[in-house]
Design a binder for this molecule. Sequence first.
Ligand code: FAD
Ligand code: MLT
Ligand code: ZN
Length: 510
Amino acid sequence: MSSPTVSSNGYPFTSVQQTSFKVYSPVRGGTERSLPSAAPPRLPFSRITEDDLAFFRQLLPGRAITDPDMLESCNVDWLKSVRGNSEVLLRPRTTEEVSQILKYCNERNLAVSPQGGNTGLVGGSVPVFDEIVLSTALMNQVLAFDSVSGILTCQAGCVLETLSQYLEERDFIMPLDLGAKGSCHIGGNVATNAGGLRLLRYGSLRGTVLGLEVVLADGRVLNCLATLRKDNTGYDLKQLFIGSEGTLGVITAVSILCPRKPKAVNVAFLGCSSFQNLLETFQCCRGMLGEILSAFEFLDASCMGLLEKHLKITNPITECPFYIVIETAGSNAVHDEEKLHNFLEKVMASSLVTDGTVATEDVKIKALWSLRERVTEALTHDGFTYKYDISLPVEKIYQLVTDMREHLGDRAKNVVGYGHVGDGNLHLNITSPTKDPALLAAIEPYVYEWTSGVRGSVSAEHGLGLKKRNYIYYSKPPEAVALMGNIKAMLDPRGILNPYKTLPDNLNLH
Ligand code: FAD
Ligand code: MLT
Ligand code: ZN
């Protein structure tokens, strides 16, 4: 085969390596060339040969893909913002096959990019250069479900929505839900420690994931696939892999604790005239709905504008600066409806909420949820999107949007805010007609400095991937980042697993 050409990846190949543990210098000259999100130079991994392909073809008959058309979609991320140039896509079915692949790649010094549903939003799921794509798409079997404990054990490539359907038929649900459910894999969810729409109620995957099976960089299989609620025998190694974005091992199976399917679900879509009123509504909601509250999400009027303009979705209530989606999930419809009714009466009477609508039937519930879930999709039709996923003290989450609007003036097309109020997680998104390096230079590092100034996190739930790896120092002390580098070096000494992702360039991991 021809020797692979190095991809431009949409980024110039400027090294941003630094030797000291300080925050990367922001912009030199105001172009993207100098930005810390740019791809570093290719590391000295081996290039794939005909012998390598012969090995993979023998191991995975018909599942070692080199057809350029089939490779196209796994080389580009969901946002179409980063592009790799892999020439091989491997589709194992079993843990043993993953183990054989990694053992071989480690010995040959071939870099590997693990991929689930490829819905990640930080450029972590696609190769940067010619890394081999290792897809979990065919690892999609449910291995066991215990209907007494509610513990599901499955392969990493199961699609989240398929698992939800499987469980709903058995009167259970998945403890997480997100807009990308139709494509994302449970292994990808665990690898990113995805948050999503139900975290407020069921907590993070760090609590609900009970066990993992992981293949390490050298092919060893780490079987920590426990199905126990309690297990204090030594260090909890699975936590290392939750949120490690494919840099420490390939997750091949997951066991997860699933809640019972609620008997009654209500969704309210409400409007508020100010963010302060929205926050007071949140406080009141927690007090009055208590244990049945399962989600408290928001979007601003600019998001609603994009839904109407690009997706032709109709606003079901009168226009307001802010909109809230509240979900209740409980076991007694009459009790839940009464609680919700009392809450709504109170917030309307006190003018915290100016208008609203409630749904109890499935179809209408889905329609109200789509107003929140489809903002991401609406943004992709608005031009090039700069995405920020920020954790902040809840009372500050909209201030960043207001300040950013003022800071950018008319340089941006739209500056919008939405997110998970209940988790203190803001999604700040900025659009421009086309990719605009000058605009990016105005946004970064301003957004990160603002965030670290209030002790927030520069990645609440999406991870760091390629795009945000060098911004880690805004949220973690150098000692912690250095320790992460030590862990990476111990588990993946040759650095073959998802290179250029998550950890900053100055750790020099190869
Ligand atoms: P991929 O995108 O394929 O990969 C993501 C990362 O995980 C990569 O670094 C990859 O190398 C690694 N990886 C994947 N599988 C494995 C594995 N088996 N072993 C080791 N590493 C692996 N995220 C949220 O947190 N909350 C949301 O509410 C949310 N909503 C979204 C809505 C939309 C419309 C979209 C497009 C995305 C959304 N996301 C959200 C982001 C994304 O869906 C999540 O990060 C998701 O968990 C990624 O899963 P995936 O299978 O697509 O992983
Ligand atoms: C969401 O909450 O909608 C997701 O995290 C996706 C996004 O940030 O757009
Ligand atoms: Zn989110």
